[in-house]
Design a protein around this ligand. Sequence first.
Ligand code: FAD
Ligand code: SF4
Length: 510
Amino acid sequence: MANLILILGDQLSHRLSALEGADKDNDLVVMAEVHSEASYTNHHRKKLVFIFSAMRHFADALEEDGWRVHYQRYHPDNPAQSIEQVIAELAREYQPERVITTECGEWRLHEQISRSHKTLGIPVEIRPDTRFVCNIDEFDRWAEGRKQLRMEFFYREMRKKTGLLMTSEGQPEGGKWNFDTDNRKKWAGKPPAPAPFREEPDAITTEVIELVNEYFSEYFGTTEGFHYAVTAEQALVALAHFIDFALPCFGDYQDAMSDNEDWLFHSILSPYLNTGLLDPMEVCEEAVRAWHAGRAPLNAVEGFVRQIIGWREFVRGIYWLLMPGYARENRLGNSRELPWFYWTGDTKMRCMHKAIDATARNAYAHHIQRLMVTGNFALLAGVKPEAICDWYLAVYIDAFDWVELPNTLGMVMHADGGYLGSKPYAASGKYIQRMSDHCQNCHYRVQDATGDRACPFNSLYWHFIDRHREDFANNPRMTMMYRNWDKQKSERREALRARADWVLANIETL
Ligand code: FAD
Ligand code: SF4
């Protein structure tokens, strides 16, 4: 045999760099469901089903395409419990010339694979991941020498590089790079939100569901109602579904939340993009075609393209630029454990309950729920970045370290000093009231900041501002908040502090 080609669970693409130039007759593709990857966090059971089933479908597709594939199915008693052990066993058996793989999405595994040539005694070739618009070296060059790394400027470079939504004169379509100001509407039930794309489980998925129910019954969430796509073909249908039914309103209601609708006008494409079932450029080009055909407005299409070639690429660049130290950042010095209701949804705070309940059912919550509800609460309450990062990594179907960590540690917790935002996304209950209908169904009163029934977000917001004066008072984007805080009568400030202290001391009862 010539080479072992290692393909990981988030590398399910026929165009993967590890497969380039490979020899179908002599090389062996290796894929493995291993205990160490399935159990390093309390993964949502739907996430496990999705990844195992998509891996099995992809292995079958490779075999149909003429590849030789060694596939290890999950069993808790498998002798090889980690990727390294699987490769070591096969290397002993087949004596390959080398191992070829594509760089992986997690520092922990990257370290293991980079060092594995020492124990294997054969070369391990790690190829760049070409499934991104901007590779790691290119991002490093862009970042070099810049005082501040801002997504907006990076995004403009990516627009120019890809030509997406650019005129033939090299200008942004519509005369503006960013139409975000048009994208902040509250949703009041109209137009109706489309039903999400559904793919019923086939025989492979059904078998995986049984496996996950048997061996991962203690893990978060449920396998019930699993409906995600598990092949590239199905993911393309999910893309078409989004373009037809949700994209036209994606921009308008991008920041909206609803008490009754889990998905609103979001694409629900992140699981497919992150595992290689969909290609980011193919997704963006499809959205731009819809705009050219008059099927979706520019604010929606620009907003969508920005999330993918802007935010998605930017957070990946930040991750690889700053790891491994990045994962240990805690610039706000937080020390609180994660409240238990993050795992149960058992809280009287309606917005939190709704976001966590949807997460447990679907392994999905949309961006604003992640950022402005569960994230905002963790920021205001001063939860340890490590604890909240572990939660996000576990509970979402699309969670992989390279994308989850910068979003949580950086964007939500501001624990990195501000790479993902020039100020923290801290907000009181007023924001949640403005963007949703949760407050009208809540035990707490959003209009109150003190008193037994006062919305916990309100006093916590001021507590956050007060306790982080040294961190933020000189930030020009925060001056107004400090002015508002200082303007309040001292008795009022004391009452707010007292209410926040009570909320923090009794956090598990909220
Ligand atoms: P849409 O709203 O339809 O957006 C379209 C696409 O844009 C997404 O599919 C995604 O690929 C991309 N995108 C949008 N925002 C971001 C972003 N901030 N960073 C990276 N890509 C983005 N996204 C993940 O893919 N995996 C994660 O583990 C993850 N963890 C997050 C944790 C927190 C605390 C926050 C605030 C955000 C996180 N995000 C993560 C980003 C974003 O919330 C999800 O990508 C999005 O909700 C996925 O749903 P969607 O496909 O319907 O997205
Ligand atoms: Fe959330 Fe406060 Fe509104 Fe209740 S009142 S839903 S806790 S923002």
